[in-house]
Design a protein. Structure first.
Ligand SMILES: Nc1ncnc2c1ncn2[C@@H]1O[C@H](COP(=O)(O)OP(=O)(O)O)[C@@H](O)[C@H]1O
Ligand SMILES: [Mg+2]
Length: 327
C-alpha cells in the first residue's frame, strides 16, 4: 500500500494534486475570524474519455472542487494539470484559449444565462465571448447543429427559458457547454432538479455525447446510485476530503460512509425506485472539525483511535481508502 496518487500519466486528461481551498468568515457574535476548508488536499485523476464521478452530501465541497478544477476559483494551494498544463500557474491571459476546452454544466443552467436571452442567443453567447466572428448563416447553422445534437427541436431556437421544460432547459445548458467544442465537461449535479424519468433521459444524452464526441467528464452528484449507474470511477468526498475511490462502479465500497450513501439510489424506473434515506447523525461544524476522522461522530464502526487520529487516504491497488476500520 502506498500514499494516494502521486504519479502522473498521459492517460489522464486532468490530474488534481493536493487541491485545497479555505474560506474565512467573521463570527457574528464575537467578530472573530474563522476559517473552514471546503476542499482539503484533494488529489484525483480524470482519465481521458471516461466518466469520473464525485459523490458526497450537500456542503462537502463538490461545487467548490468543480470551480477550482476549471480555475473559476483560485485555490489556496495545490495544482490542477489539464492535458499536461498546470492551470494554477497560468496567467489569466493564457486561461482564455484553455477555457474553450473545458466547460461547466450547472444544476440550473439558466442561473448563469440571462433570462431575456432566447435559446439562439444563449447558444451563440460563448462564441461571442471568445470573439469568434460568425456570419448570420453560420450562426444559424451552429445553433441548429447544437440543438439537434442535444435532442432539441431547432424550431425552439427563438424561445425563451420560461417557455421551456426543466429537461429542455438542461439540454440548452449542455448545448451551450458544447458550443466551443470542449474536450472536458464538469457536470455539477446536472440532473438534480429534474424528475427521475427526465434525469434518465439527460444521463442517456450525456452518455451518447461522450461516446460520439470522445468527451471526458467529471460528473458531480449527491446520489451514489446515479453515479454508480453512469460513472467509470467513483470518488467519494466527506467534508472537503476524499474518503474513498472506487476503481469501478461494481467495486464493493469499504468505507462506512460510502456504505451509508448507497441507500440513496438512482433507479430510472419510477415504479422500482427506492426512497432516498437520509444518513443519520449530525454533520460536524466545518469551522470546527474534530481532530480525528470527520465521519467518526456518525460512524457505527468508530473507536477512540478514529476520534484521535485522522485516517490518511491510502492506495491499495486501484482502490483508495481513508479509514481505520474499513468494512
Ligand atoms: N464563496 C464562499 N464563501 C464562503 N464559504 C463558501 C463559499 N463557497 C462555498 N462555501 C462553503 O464551502 C462548503 C462547501 O460548499 P460547496 O462546494 O457548495 O458544497 P456542495 O457543492 O458539495 O454542496 C460549504 O460549507 C459552503 O458553505
Ligand atoms: Mg454543489
Amino acid at each position: 500500500m502506498t500514499e494516494a496518487p502521486s504519479t502522473r500519466s498521459a492517460d489522464n486528461l486532468v490530474e488534481i494534486r493536493a487541491l485545497t481551498r479555505s474560506f474565512s468568515s467573521r463570527n457574528q457574535l464575537f467578530g472573530k475570524k474563522r476559517t473552514m476548508t471546503a476542499v482539503n488536499a484533494v488529489s484525483l485523476d480524470v482519465p481521458r474519455g471516461k466518466v469520473t464521478g464525485v459523490v458526497g452530501e450537500s456542503g462537502c465541497g463538490k461545487s467548490t472542487l468543480a470551480r477550482l478544477v476549471l480555475r473559476l476559483l483560485e485555490p489556496s494551494s495545490g495544482q490542477v494539470h489539464f492535458d499536461g498544463i498546470d492551470l494554477t500557474r497560468q496567467p489569466a491571459s493564457a486561461m482564455r484559449p484553455l477555457r474553450q476546452r473545458m466547460q461547466l454544466v450547472f444544476q440550473d443552467p439558466y442561473s448563469s444565462i440571462d433570462p431575456r436571452y432566447s435559446i439562439r442567443t444563449a447558444l451563440l453567447e460563448p462564441l461571442r465571448i471568445q470573439g469568434l466572428p460568425l456570419s448570420e448563416a453560420e450562426a444559424s447553422r451552429t445553433v441548429e447543429r447544437l440543438m439537434a445534437m442535444t435532442g432539441l427541436n431547432p424550431s425552439l431556437a427563438p424561445s425563451y427559458p420560461h417557455q421551456l421544460s426543466g429537461g429542455q432547459k438542461q439540454r440548452v445548458g449542455i448545448a451551450r457547454a458544447l458550443a466551443l467544442q470542449p474536450a472536458f465537461l464538469v457536470l455539477d449535479e446536472p440532473t438534480a432538479s429534474l424528475d427521475v424519468s427526465i434525469q434518465a433521459q439527460i444521463v442517456g444524452l450525456l452518455e451518447k455525447l461522450r461516446q460520439g464526441l470522445g468527451l471526458t467528464y467529471l460528473f458531480i452528484s449527491h446520489d451514489l446510485g446515479l453515479v454508480r449507474y453512469f460513472c467509470d470511477r467513483i470518488v467519494v468526498m466527506y467534508l472537503g476530503r476524499v474518503v474513498e475511490v472506487l476503481p469501478t462502479p461494481r467495486t464493493p465500497p469499504r468505507h462506512p460512509y460510502t456504505r451509508a450513501l448507497m441507500d440513496s439510489t438512482f433507479e430510472p424506473d419510477p415504479q422500482r425506485r427506492r426512497a432516498i434515506t437520509r444518513l443519520s447523525g449530525e454533520i460536524p461544524d466545518a469551522f470546527d472539525l474534530p481532530r480525528g476522522c470527520a465521519y467518526a461522530a456518525r460512524c457505527p464502526q468508530s473507536t477512540d483511535r478514529c476520534r484521535a487520529e485522522h485516517p490518511p487516504l491510502v492506495q491499495d491497488g486501484d482502490h483508495a481508502l481513508a479509514c481505520h476500520h474499513p468494512v
